[in-house]
Design a protein. Structure first.
Lengths: 134, 378
């Protein structure tokens, strides 16, 4: 099954989508298999980060902005400088992550949550979850 | 006369299709006109033109100011040409932060060619919105946004006005998007609304035609008219007055809704001065326009209120157009403005532009505006 969630981002940065992914898993009824989280966008990504210190989330986002700052001299001029930087960031991070499912639970550790990473917010976005039974 | 009427009405009826067919092409052309580095260097925008092109500039200027956050002003071509540089020599690139948007459908209006040449020499980024990029204006400007429109039977500028509006709105939205003063989603939303005016234009034709025909009968002997509005709707007032003059030879005066209370309010014989008020129900001048309707009542002026909400006013003399946001209202306002002028010309047996004959023969081939001597820097 493929589950599609809508997400309205109100900024650039990280958005916890773990509850959405767990909902999709529960709905599938799959106890053993693989789960893929994917975003159909080129200026957003999926990653796994520790949720416990919100400032840590800000650090993660700040660092990628330091590595790929928003500039006006990107060759890609079609949209906006933030969009152009967003393409690079999204390419570096990747648009999907896969997780194993064991006894109906996601293969995530205590300090791991799944985040939608917005590089060009605010935008109207989608998160897709595919569950595959072993 | 009937042929003239049909040609003019045909232009107004065709605006919806014009938006449909030209919208995507203009959006695509506007997208890569300016580089990011150029856009981020802009500190001020001046949109200039004469006649209908100036009205298009006026219609869009306040919205582009709001969208981009940049000081943005509409300016008639004489002011842009002679009263910006004041004849001073250029200051070596210090004026690069000025974006001059010069609008002319033909691209041959002499004063605008002159303004564009002088301001480019001054260091400004010059961008022509024109149907003819090979025209003198197209050649004078550094950049061109082409707005070619499929030919139609000749009539006072209607399709060319709508095309100029589309072009300048597209440019404003794109600059705001590039500057990230609005998100890409919001910019796309505005583009969708702009495209949707094609639906509104069809509805505007359906409701305007019978009422404007009827009104032209009641007003056919009136030789003076006032056209009022504020913000973008001041451009509609200017456009309506221009069409009344060009098509029907009526001495029509455009005025801001506030200024009216200071000025034309006092015109003698008010019962002989029909007054058209463009008043979008959600416009920022909404409440002042309602006060103005009361003033018109008291004066006993024949009037027409053009709005988009049947509950906006209790007045009986109302044309209710489809709802569009205030910024884009001038597009749909063009329909009743053109149709009233078309019907009045027919009822008054007036040939458009007085046939460019007799005392008006100097206007043949647009000679009055094309052949004026250019004053250019050495």
């Amino acid at each position: 099954m493929l589950k599609n969630f809508k997400l309205e981002t109100n900024r650039s940065g990280l958005f916890d989508v773990t509850p959405l992914v767990e909902e999709a898993l529960t709905e599938s009824g799959v106890l053993d298999g693989l789960l893929l989280v994917s975003v159909p966008h080129s200026t957003a990504a999926v990653t796994v980060v520790s949720p416990w210190d919100v400032l840590g989330l800000e650090d993660v986002h700040d660092e990628i902005c330091r590595l790929v700052p928003t500039r006006i001299d990107f060759k890609h001029q079609y949209d906006t400088p933030q969009d152009a930087a967003g393409h690079v960031k999204a390419a570096l991070v990747g648009h999907s992550k896969s997780f194993f499912i064991d006894q109906g639970k996601l293969g995530l550790g205590h300090s791991q949550k799944i985040y939608f990473w917005e590089f060009d917010g605010p935008r109207s976005r989608s998160v897709q979850v595919k569950v595959i039974k072993s | 006369m009937s042929e003239q009427l049909e040609a003019y009405l045909g232009q107004a009826r065709s605006l919806s299709e014009l938006v449909e067919t030209e919208f995507d092409k203009m959006a695509a052309r506007a997208r890569l006109l300016l580089t990011m580095e150029e856009a981020y260097g802009i500190r001020q925008i001046i949109i200039t033109g004469s006649g209908d092109s100036y009205f298009a500039a006026l219609a869009a200027a306040s919205s582009i100011r709001a969208w981009t956050g940049l000081p943005t002003n509409a300016m008639v071509s004489m002011e842009a040409s002679r009263y910006l540089d004041h004849g001073c020599p250029p200051l070596a690139g210090r004026n690069r932060g000025l974006l001059v948007v010069a609008i002319s459908n033909s691209g041959e209006a002499a004063r605008l060619v002159e303004a564009t040449t002088r301001l480019r020499h001054l260091g400004a980024i010059t961008l022509a919105i024109t149907a003819n990029k090979d025209s003198r204006l197209g050649q004078a400007a550094e950049k061109q946004l082409e707005i070619p429109i499929p030919a139609a039977a000749p009539a006072p500028g209607t399709r060319s006005y709508a095309a100029s509006l589309l072009g300048v709105y597209h440019l404003g939205i794109r600059i705001a998007e590039m500057l990230m003063s609005m998100t890409m989603d919001k910019a796309e939303g505005l583009r969708r609304e702009l495209r949707q005016t094609s639906v509104g234009l069809n509805e505007a034709v359906a409701v305007s035609e019978p009422l404007m025909s009827k009104l032209s009968h009641a007003w056919s002997t009136k030789n003076r008219m006032d056209c009022l509005g504020s913000g973008p709707s001041l451009a509609s007032a200017q456009y309506a007055a221009a069409k009344l003059i060009e098509a029907a030879g009526i001495h029509a005066t455009p005025q801001d809704a506030e200024e009216f209370h200071h000025l034309n309010y006092f015109a003698a014989d008010p019962e002989d001065v029909p007054t058209i008020l463009f008043a979008p129900s959600t416009g920022l001048a909404r409440n002042r326009c309602l006060e103005l309707i009361d003033a018109l009542d008291q004066l006993g002026r024949p009037r027409l209120i053009i709005t988009d909400d049947k509950d906006y006013t209790a007045s009986h003399d109302v044309l209710v157009l489809p709802k569009v946001q205030e910024a884009f209202a001038p597009i749909v306002h063009a329909v009743p403005a053109a149709m009233l002028s078309a019907f009045l010309a027919k009822r008054r047996n007036e040939i458009h532009y007085r046939g460019h004959t007799g005392p008006w023969r100097g206007a043949q081939n647009a000679g009055l505006v094309r052949n004026s001597k250019l004053e250019l820097p050495n």
